[in-house]
Design a protein around this ligand. Structure first.
Ligand SMILES: NC(=O)c1ccc[n+]([C@@H]2O[C@H](COP(=O)([O-])OP(=O)(O)OC[C@H]3O[C@@H](n4cnc5c(N)ncnc54)[C@H](OP(=O)(O)O)[C@@H]3O)[C@@H](O)[C@H]2O)c1
Length: 303
């Protein structure tokens, strides 16, 4: 009998991209929040009742409202720490493989100060995270730790700045598309640097990971997976305008201080792709080619 892939968080942005990928197999059991509540151990046991050796749990479920988490601490930790803990107990107890998705926000990514220059070196999985500056980041870091403590053979994949860019989506690229037609000009922060990641590209990478030997180099390690390159949100917005045929000069730069949010964003959270290739996986293409693919709808982009 062939193995089953339990896709947890199947109704979210990444979960939907995983389901839509042409690399998804018939063996996928898509579990939305209507099918499983990862904060509830009994619900997890019930939804994964058939789990056995050789099966895979691919967890994309998370509390992802970064600003909301600041005032909803209990819920953020229940979903982002306790939930992965419950899933890891199931994988460890059954011999199934757990692949858990985490975030660049586990890194403090502090802004430059008078005493310290801005960071310019992408983070490796082994780098010390520091104390995350947000409840979301702290809860996801706690989730990573409980996963490895409970199931040392699990794989945790950190990603960053995920978007589909669909015109109706609430992600950054979708929002810029709407603002381009709604406003004469817009102002976007130019002092936060990261790696925008096109959800379908990440989905393909995760399917490749699923297809690898469960006892291979990806077992029991942390990996980083983003589209290649680093850029500020301001530069991403300009690129969206370019792809739409609009004048990128309509995008103006501003600082984070001018646009405060309840949860402070890391100033620099670029993730190195070295661990991904070391594990034998195909690097995700450059962020600019991926953005073109997202906006034009042509998956090939320029990559
Ligand atoms: N989006 C980004 O920019 C980004 C960046 C870095 C890392 N990540 C990570 O990537 C992963 C996927 O994120 P995403 O962008 O796909 O987020 P998303 O669109 O918010 O999807 C998260 C999914 O988790 C589900 N969920 C929430 N609580 C649950 C629970 N208790 N039990 C079961 N399901 C639950 C949600 O269902 P409901 O909507 O029905 O509640 C939703 O479908 C997460 O681990 C996230 O931390 C995302």
């Amino acid at each position: 009998m062939s193995a089953t892939i339990y896709l947890v968080g199947a109704g979210g942005q990444l979960g939907k991209a995983l389901r839509a990928s042409d690399k998804a197999s018939a063996r996928v059991r898509a579990l939305t929040s209507a099918d499983i509540d990862i904060t509830d151990e009994a619900s997890v046991a019930n939804a994964l009742a058939g789990l056995g050796a050789g099966d895979v749990i691919l967890n994309c479920a998370a509390y992802t409202d970064v600003d909301g988490a600041e005032s909803d601490v209990g819920r953020a930790f229940a979903v982002n720490r306790d939930g992965p803990g419950h899933l890891a107990r199931m994988s460890a107890g059954s011999g199934a493989r757990l692949i858990h998705v985490s975030t660049d926000y586990v890194f403090a990514g502090a802004a430059a100060t008078d005493d310290a220059p801005p960071r310019t070196v992408p983070y490796e999985p082994a780098d010390v995270t520091g104390e995350p500056e947000t409840v979301y980041g702290a809860s996801k870091l706690a989730g990573e730790r409980i996963v490895f403590d409970t199931d040392p053979t699990a794989t945790v994949v950190r990603t960053a700045w995920v978007y589909t860019g669909a015109p109706t989506s609430s992600d950054f690229v979708g929002t810029m598309r709407r603002l381009e037609s709604a406003r004469p000009d817009i102002t976007v922060v130019n002092d936060q640097t990261g790696s925008p990641t096109y959800a379908p590209d990440l989905a393909d990478g995760l399917w490749e990971l699923v297809s690898t030997d469960p006892d291979g180099p990806a077992a029991g390690v942390m990996l980083h997976a983003t589209n290649a390159g680093s850029v500020s949100w301001y530069e991403v917005a300009r690129a969206v305008f370019e792809e739409l045929g609009a004048d990128p000069e309509r995008v103006r730069p501003c600082t984070t201080d001018e646009f405060p949010r309840p949860a402070p964003r890391p100033a620099y959270s670029v993730l190195s792709g070295a661990s991904w290739t070391t594990a034998g996986l195909t690097p995700l293409r450059d962020w600019r080619a991926a953005l073109q693919a997202a906006v034009t709808g042509d998956r090939t982009g320029r990559g």
